[in-house]
Design a protein around this ligand. Structure first.
Ligand code: ZN
Length: 49
C-alpha cells in the first residue's frame, strides 16, 4: 500500500520506492515517487544555492 496516496497492491511492486523510517517500511508508488523526487530536487536546488 502506498504511504502517500493509499494505492493498494497485493505485494510491493518492484518499481515502487521503499523507504525505512523509524524501523517501519514505507512503500511509495511510481506516481508519488515521481512527485516526491521533484520535491526532493526542489529542496536540493533551494539548499544548493
Ligand atoms: Zn502513491
Amino acid at each position: 500500500m502506498c504511504a502517500r496516496c493509499g494505492t493498494r497492491a497485493n505485494a510491493p511492486q518492484p518499481t515502487w520506492t521503499c523507504s525505512v523510517e523509524n524501523g517501519t517500511r514505507h512503500y511509495i508508488c511510481d506516481t508519488c515517487s515521481r512527485k516526491n523526487l521533484r520535491a526532493i530536487e526542489g529542496r536540493l536546488d533551494s539548499a544548493w544555492w
